[in-house]
Design a protein around this ligand. Structure first.
Ligand code: FES
Ligand SMILES: [Fe+2]
Length: 441
């Protein structure tokens, strides 16, 4: 049996159109196949170009189980290499980010590598005379990821030699990066050079499913939302002014369920999904008006209106990213095991936008997405409880029945009849099954 046949057999009977078997979240064997057929086949987010501005700047990340390095080389080129020394196999670095100077130098026996992975120098090279060792032999060089590409500054790498190019694969999910960059008067964003790294004791799919689960916010986060709404009211009563926008990030969780019902979710090719925006992000305070004036100067009135009314809350780039473009937030998903997932939470500056607009992004990062906020903590607690329940013998299935059979299909895109539909979960599992059967890449 080849790999495709074995994973096809393994998942047989586990994914229906309206439910999936719990073992998709708990089985070691299925997790191994996900690494091979999903993470090693699709494009995986490596980092942002602004993370590696100068020659020798690098950042480390993982694709499936592979430790990788993203590095800036000569003449602005960027490379994605396996983090492995070809001499005796040591990892070249265990730093999360840094600058390697002119070359990577292995700290074990000091082999040196150029940033495209080729050998620069080896100590005592005479020892290799009359052996079959060749500096130019690919086995002597750091191995590169077969494919690397960037879309609007966001770099992805793929361990598959073949497959759709990055833009084809991103398809409708390009909107995440377009929306984020277009909100900058210069059309570009710049990463803030640090991230929260959170290990969740739950399966990676539980995290992605939650991101577009519009039924949970007013329930799970209702108490935090109510507390913020009370403070908003107090501020208004005391000062006569509206509370600053960041209170609304939390009070928006009091949005009643019937309003979430009015939103739309959409499923795009390759498992990517989208949820429309629910928060008002255009108050008429002086900071917002100044920003809109800068935007109008750069783009003109009509285009500025078009950009600022783009209606996105969340885009999932399946299987590796959750992007909240209007607030310049990005979460990278790195699965560690069936019940363990690393997420990296990044945020960005809109280049050329006034400083208070950056502070809004920072406030969202700290108030909603940070592991120490009540919002993220509420979610992490749910993820852990789901994992515990799924590992129990209390039942075999996970239900995705809500509005099943009612989704609209047009031009390869599936849209929901209601924001509360479990369309995103069904859609991601359709892509999951395709990948696991050897397709979708
Ligand atoms: S293992 Fe890297 S130089 Fe020997
Ligand atoms: Fe949540």
């Amino acid at each position: 049996m080849d790999g495709n046949t074995s994973s096809k057999t393994l998942i047989e009977g586990l994914v229906d159109s309206d439910r999936v078997h719990k073992s998709c979240y708990t089985s070691d064997e299925i997790f191994d196949q996900e690494i091979e057929h999903i993470f090693n086949k699709s494009w995986i987010y490596a980092g942002h170009e602004s993370q590696i501005k100068n020659k020798g700047d690098f950042t480390t990340f993982q694709i499936g189980r592979q430790p990788m390095i993203l590095v800036r080389g000569d003449e602005g080129a960027f490379h994605v290499l396996f983090n492995r020394c070809p001499h005796r196999g040591a990892m070249l670095t265990n730093w999360h980010m840094g600058n390697a100077g002119h070359h990577f130098i292995c700290s074990y026996h000091a082999w040196q590598f150029n940033f495209d992975g080729s050998v620069h120098a080896i100590p005592s090279p005479k020892g290799y005379d009359e052996t079959r060792f060749e500096k130019s032999d690919p086995d002597s060089c750091m191995k590169a990821a077969p494919r690397v590409a960037s879309y609007r500054g966001f770099i992805f790498a793929s361990l598959a030699e073949e497959g759709p190019d990055l833009e084809t694969w991103l398809s409708g999910a390009k909107a995440a990066f377009d929306d984020m960059c277009d909100r900058s008067p210069e059309g570009e964003v710049e990463v803030v050079q640090t991230c929260f790294r959170v290990v969740q004791n739950s399966n990676w799919k539980i995290f992605l499913e939650n991101q577009l689960d519009a039924l949970h916010p007013s329930i799970t986060h209702g108490a935090a939302g109510k507390a913020a709404a009370d403070v908003e009211e107090e501020i208004k009563a005391e000062t006569g002014e509206d509370a600053p926008l960041h209170y609304h990030y939390l009070s928006a969780f009091t949005t009643p369920i019937y309003k979430w019902d009015g939103l739309e979710t959409a499923g795009h090719p390759f498992g990517h999904c989208m949820l429309q925006g629910y928060m008002g992000l255009r108050p008429t305070d002086p900071d917002t008006l100044e920003y809109e004036a800068v935007m109008e100067k750069a783009y003109g009135k009509e285009r500025t209106e078009e950009i600022l009314t783009t209606n996105i809350h969340h885009v999932l780039v399946y299987p590796c990213l959750s992007v909240q473009s209007p607030l310049q937030q990005l979460r990278a998903v790195r699965p560690l095991g069936p019940n363990k997932t690393l997420t990296e939470i990044w945020h960005f500056r809109l280049k050329g936008a006034p400083e208070p607009i950056y502070r809004r992004s920072l406030q969202y990062y700290n108030l909603v997405n940070s592991p120490s906020t009540m919002i993220n903590a509420d979610d992490l607690y749910n993820f852990w409880r789901c994992q515990q329940g799924l590992e129990s013998e209390g039942g075999d299935w996970v239900s995705f029945h809500r509005n099943e059979g009612q989704d609209h299909h047009k031009d390869g895109v599936t849209t929901s009849v209601t924001g509360l539909s479990e369309l995103p979960m069904r859609h991601m599992f359709t892509a999951w099954a395709d990948y696991m059967k050897g397709g979708a890449s």
